[in-house]
Ligand binder design. Sequence first.
Ligand SMILES: [Zn+2]
Length: 128
Amino acid sequence: MKPENEWQQELSPEQYRVLREKGTEPAFRNEYWDNHREGTYFCGACGLPLFSSAAKYDSGTGWPSFSAPIDPENVEATGDTSHGMVRDEVVCARCGSHLGHVFPDGPQPTGDRYCMNSLALKFEEKEG
Ligand SMILES: [Zn+2]
């Protein structure tokens, strides 16, 4: 694991607040909630591929939402009962950075709603 002072140097202050301090960006005022382009979303901290645009859907929440990760091995859900809500925090499996939360009210067949922060992701559009 990388020391926090290195993360602080590599990430913008906004990214650092979300990825390393579990911050949440404002709904509808973030980069990817309404992004309908085809491509892949990578971890904003370490570049691990996390979500495909194929699994992205409009949840109406104002945050980018996905029904499933690219590979279940690439994300980890950990219990989080802060703010009096039962929900699972989602972190990058490789670098441990905070990405968002997963809720059990997503579309079928997974029934999962991965509610992510745009600041925690880096989108690359598919070529061609
Ligand atoms: Zn990562």
